[in-house]
Structure formats: C-alpha cells, structure tokens
Design a protein around this ligand. Sequence first.
Ligand code: AMP
Length: 218
Amino acid sequence: MNVIIMGPPGCGKGTQAAAIVADWRVVHISTGDMLRAAVKSGSALGKQVEAILTAGELVSDDLMMDLIRDRLQQSDACNGWLLDGFPRTVPQAEGLVELLAEIQQPVDAVVSLEVPDEEIVARLSGRLTCRECGHTTNKSALNPATGDRCPQCGARALYQRDDDKEETVRNRLLVYREKTYPAAATLGQHYPLKRVNGLGAPAEVSQRIQGALAKATH
Ligand code: AMP
C-alpha cells in the first residue's frame, strides 16, 4: 500500500503516520525527518537547509525532488510506503505524479488531515520533541511525577523545536495554506483524496483514517 499523508504542522500527522506504518507495515518516508537528520549530521545538505528549517520556510522544489526521487528508488520502498511531508507545493505534487508514473508506483490514497488554524497554534506552541528518540508530546500532557522526562524513552531530552516557536508556527501555517493546501487538490486530480477531520483524540482520528484507507484499498 502506498499512501501520502498531508496536513498542517501540528495536526497530529506524526502520531497518525506512526500508527499507519505499524498497522500496514510500510516504510515511513518523512522528508522533515530526513532533513533534520541531515542538519544533525552536519552534511553538505544539512548545512544548505539548516537556516530554512529554522525559519519554517520551504526547501527548494528542485532539491526536494532530487531527495524524494532517490529515496523512492531505494530497495525498501518497493513494498509500500507512507509519504509524510512531501509534496508541500503544487510543483512538487506535479513532479511526484510524474515520478511515480515513471517508476510505475501507484498511490492508493492521499489522506489530508484537516484542523483549524487556532487549534494548531495552541497545540504547537506547547509541543516538545525528544532529542533522543524523536517522540513528541505536549507541555500540558507531561506527568508532574516524571517531570521533563520523555514519556516514551525516559531520557531528559525534551526540547522545543526552533520551528515550533509561536512566530514560526504562524509562518509555517501561512506557508501551508498558501502552498501546500493547493498541492492536495493537485494530487486529488490523480489519486483518491480522503479529507479526514483531525480534531479529537488520536485514537478517534486514527479510526477515521483506517476507515478511509480500508475503503481506498478494497
Ligand atoms: P516537517 O517535519 O514535515 O514539518 O518538516 C520540517 C521542515 O522541513 C519544514 O518546515 C520545511 O522547512 C522542511 N521540509 C520538509 N519537507 C519539505 C518539502 N517537501 N518541501 C520543502 N521543505 C520541506
């Protein structure tokens, strides 16, 4: 199964992506994770994109197309994938449609998680990420007994990503509405587009997504 998941920053995409990957046993291809790993490793790519990520801007379409072309042709990508964070613009969506036709990979569904802006700002400015295992949680959800420890791995490594600061969040949302939201419609011209309500508990949202995917794959 090949699925593309889209949604504004902080819509719960990371959590839902992890659930889909576990349930459907597909590889998780997250361009944000790939870019953050490049920054962390200090590679040439990392140096090139670091300031862009910190500002919440988008990396150039050409660079992203090269990255995804390479990734989708690695051997583990032939048994199903979940694409997360790509495409982010209409040109990327068009490039992806062309690439997938060329390498003969179908798309079963495009899941677009829909969450209103005010909810996103509230969620994201409280989001903490674990430096050790990548788990994300919210300040309001931390257990006072365990304090600042990561609820998943226990490390004292929770921090606020630079791009989760309120001003950057607002900029990322603007970028999302202007550039990424229209890219979902472009994909919808080629693949089944499932708009899913992203409000509510993660388990509820997960059920909605499972329902949409079950329909798309039968
Ligand atoms: P994410 O973890 O998906 O929110 O991505 C974090 C950051 O990486 C974004 O704010 C962008 O700066 C960059 N990024 C990730 N995917 C893309 C993409 N497809 N196109 C351009 N920039 C991207």
